[in-house]
Ligand binder design. Structure first.
Ligand SMILES: [Cu+2]
Length: 133
């Protein structure tokens, strides 16, 4: 326990200059993933723009989702334990929402749209897998 605490203090001393995040812990990696939210006929979905990284525990990910559809869309991120981590409010067509989460646990995370029946009827959901770093 003593050794572990010392290691943490040293790590903070080394990485402390990079600035602090929302909870004060510095993530191992921090990056942005761009998404498009679409609603073509019955196809409501989140689509990755460009390359999707391998998501790993310790990562801090910002999703920037452009509403490229005709309806409002939002984005809630649910962790492997089934609990919501963060929710971004709905945005109108043409607008962009931003949401940042720390991927603390390995497993399957859900990206869900909670507007009206988008999830329940149109399955507006994307699953991402987070692997142990
Ligand atoms: Cu939606």
């Amino acid at each position: 326990m003593q050794t572990r605490r010392l290691g943490l203090v040293l790590a903070l001393a080394v990485f402390g200059v990079t600035g602090c995040g929302s909870d004060g812990d510095d993530p191992a990696r921090s990056y942005t993933v761009e998404l498009r939210m679409e609603d073509h006929e019955d196809q409501y979905r989140y689509i990755a723009v460009g390359e999707v990284p391998t998501f790993m525990t310790g990562d801090r990910v910002t999703f920037e989702a452009e509403n490229a559809g005709t309806l409002n869309h939002d984005l809630q991120i649910v962790g492997p334990d089934g609990l919501a981590i963060e929710t971004a409010s709905a945005v109108a067509p043409g607008d962009v929402l931003t949401i940042t989460v720390d991927l603390d646990e390995p497993g399957i995370y859900q990206l869900n749209c909670l507007v009206d029946n988008h999830l329940t009827e149109h399955h507006m959901q994307t699953l991402i897998q987070v692997v142990e770093a």
